[in-house]
Design a protein around this ligand. Sequence first.
Ligand SMILES: Cc1cc2nc3c(=O)[nH]c(=O)nc-3n(C[C@H](O)[C@H](O)[C@H](O)COP(=O)(O)OP(=O)(O)OC[C@H]3O[C@@H](n4cnc5c(N)ncnc54)[C@H](O)[C@@H]3O)c2cc1C
Length: 386
Amino acid sequence: MYPFISEEQKMTVASIREFVAKEVIPVAPTLEARNEYPWTLVDRFKEMGLFGCIIPQEYGGLGMGFATYALVVEEVAAGWMSLVGLFNTHLIMAYIVVNHGTLEQKRNLLPAMARGEKRGGLALTEPDTGSDVQAIRTTATRQDGHYALTGSKMFLTNGRNGNTFALLARTDPNATPAHRGLSCFIVEKGPGFVVGSDADKMGYRSIDTCQIFLEEMPVAASTLVGGKEGRGFRQVMDGLEVGRINVAARAVGVARAAHEASVMYAQQRHTFGKPIAEHQSIQIRLADMAVNLEAARLLTHAAATRKDMGEPCGLEAAMAKLFASETSLNGTMEAMRIHGGYGFTKDLPIERLYRDAPLMVIGEGTNEIQRLLIARKVLERHRVSQ
Ligand SMILES: Cc1cc2nc3c(=O)[nH]c(=O)nc-3n(C[C@H](O)[C@H](O)[C@H](O)COP(=O)(O)OP(=O)(O)OC[C@H]3O[C@@H](n4cnc5c(N)ncnc54)[C@H](O)[C@@H]3O)c2cc1C
């Protein structure tokens, strides 16, 4: 347990850790090998209220702070990273509705999202654009009191098994700058929403990641988040702060699992007459993994705590996401080296951790984009007057 968290948070962590140990770790290898969606665990998430982690209690959620949420995500990811996919973009969507939606949107959506009846996602990426969000081509054309959505979205997490999405589309093709022409809609599956093929991924398996097509799909004007056009980019960027805290926490979970397994294995495996933990080169690896893991966790907790205090945390969330995901990527590689040939087999969880880690470098804005964002914020903060 970590020294910087409250007694209440420790209890939450303990109960999620027990759930993961008893109900997730035993089934994860089989489900992931079959690339099978974890429906039973979806039901358990519903029972535990996890679909409503950060949804306010007045709308039926658990009303958790972001720091507690990050701890929950770390626990789940340490058991099986894919499982976080059930509620990551779902909760980014809920956050957008809580903070930018109309009262009617909050009342209609949030209680059902908290119960996990409406399970959501975030539809930004398109076949031709991911990092460059302003270049989104999907259009929302106003017609007789509703909008018609036309275009395609790529890599939509929960695209097949979810039912409600926050979707970014262009309402004004002539707006300058281009992001002022983007608006966010709450889109429920229906006529005109066509689910295409699932991506066949190296990791993050068992969670559906799909292309979808919008064929002049009609959506009511009341689904426009906040009721005004041109605000979608800012709404979504605000939501991605939560997404980056989530990815950072996920990465900490994966790095922790790799480190814990390595510490155990290094004491059990003998070479040249002694446990490999007694070889200095292994000790150096274990030490570097431990330091990076702790630093990643502290950055994540700092970003989440700022968010809980209502302070801007764009810079801190980007730093946490960047550092934690690189820590996870390097840490899983180090774990594989420590485990030798056995780490390369499917008999141990190391190879799954190694396949899951790279997604954290890519999702919620690649690490190249995080660096651009961090540099911009640092330069803004320390502007030299000419
Ligand atoms: C498993 C999975 C699940 C996903 N789930 C979702 C989801 O639910 N919803 C959703 O909307 N998206 C989702 N995505 C998409 C993900 O967010 C994008 O893949 C990511 O944002 C990168 O976009 P891209 O793949 O188009 O890469 P590109 O934008 O084409 O980038 C390619 C490379 O160029 C670099 N690059 C781009 N621009 C710059 C620049 N200005 N300076 C320096 N380098 C640059 C990038 O860092 C990257 O290395 C998911 C992706 C995966 C793999």
